[in-house]
Structure formats: C-alpha cells, structure tokens
Design a protein around this ligand. Sequence first.
Ligand SMILES: [Mg+2]
Length: 282
Amino acid sequence: MTDFTDIDVNLSLAQRAWNIRHKALRMGAVQKQGYVGQALGVADVLAVSYFHALNYRPEEPEWEGRDRFLLSIGHYAIALYAALLEAGVLPEYELETYGTDDSRLPMSGMASYTPGMEITGGSLGHGLGIGVGMALGLKRKNSSSFIYNLMSDGELGEGSTWEAAMSAAHHKLDNLICLVDFNDQQADGPSTQMLSSEPADGKFEAFGWYVQRVDGNDLGALVEAFDKARNFDGPQPRAIICDTKMCKGVPFLEEREITHFVRVDEDEWDLALKVLEEGKPS
Ligand SMILES: [Mg+2]
C-alpha cells in the first residue's frame, strides 16, 4: 500500500513534470524499451492534469465523484503510470515491475490491470467516443465531474474521432475536455505528412467545440488553458490542442531523428537519466 504521509503535496508543477519524466525513464530502463519519447513530451500535460486540474482521491481510485482521465493512446501507458506513481495512486515500488509478468503495469495500458487506468486504449481512435458516453452518463447522474480524454494527433486521422466530436457537440457535453498531444509524430512518420489534420483547432471549432491551442510544454500556458476549458461558460465540449516536443528534457534524444518508437540504445538509459537529472528544477 502507498504510505500517503510520504507524498509531498508542496512540490511545484515543474518538479512534478520532472518527476514524471524521471519515473518514465526509469521504467523504460527496466525493460530497455518503451514509448519514452511520447512520455517525455506529454509529461507537462500530465503534471497539470494530475496536480492542478483533476479531482481524485489517490487512495480511492474508483471514488464516484472523481474526474475521469481516459488514456485513449494505450501505448502511452508508461507516461500515465509515471503520473499515477507520482500521484500516489500506484505505490512507488511497483515502478520496478514495469512490463514484467504479473505486473499491474503492462507495457500497453489495460483498465483491468491498473488502478487509475480508466479505459483500455490502444485500438486507436476510441477514447473520445468512450468519453462521450461517460460524459453523457455523468450528466444523467447529475454529476459535476469532468471527463478528460488524452489522445494523440495521429488519432485525428481516425473517423471514429470525428463521429465522437460531432456527437459531443450535439449532446452539449460541457463536461468533456479533449486533450490532444500534438507531437507531429505517428507510427508511420510525421502526422502532418501522413494525413494532415491541420488546422486541428479549426476542425474542432467547426464541429462545435470550444478550442484552445497552446505550447504543451509550457506549464503556465497549460494551467491557463485547463482553467479556461473547465470554467468556460457555454454548452460546448472543450478541446485543448497541446503542441509538444517528443523527448522533451533529454536534449540528445530531442535532437535524434525522431520516430514513433525512439531508439535508446542499451547503454543510453543511464545517460538519459543523467542528462535529465542535470535539468532538475530546484
Ligand atoms: Mg503523435
């Protein structure tokens, strides 16, 4: 069990984001693989989600009054585990079990395995549709909770995403916030070259959403956007397009030719951790 007295509630968002990056890299080092490029890129979005925006109880992950955080991108599990470990939803010692047999932290996210993992994402393009259903359900229960759906820019190429976007506006789901990790990368190459979704913000607007687009590695900009999304006085569902940089925080990986599955050689995990540690916020 997590000892909740150990959790320091006074850390800054910059420290939280750094801790999320550090935990993701440490998990990657356990298996010598993992989607760490995405995790490093989206760490600031997760820090603002878990340490500014979301209502939840670490000791009671299924608390009915919680906001639901959906990881549509199941292969980003390593990033969400890092946030859940940092938040105390998962105990720290489980980090070392990442990807091993019988671990609650499988390499792709599965709801039945992991506390705090609300959905099994991974067939891509389904998180937003699930979020629409959950947001409708919460409204019928007169709940004031929000749904946050984290998806990728690659998922903007899925038709199911736009069916969900259309129905969210139709049903006036003002309790649904869609976060798009726009890192301009998907499995086969740069998203904007594979099947461009630009202007992504304009498309969501045309579908009837309240939309913001921010630098997804700027904590201040993210806090402002998350607050505006939650407090916006209108019936529209809300989207925040977050432009992020893959591998953020580890310069030698940032500069590497970026691919969906960033190559980190056997001997580079320790180096990546060392480089990250040099940038630790005070
Ligand atoms: Mg992407």
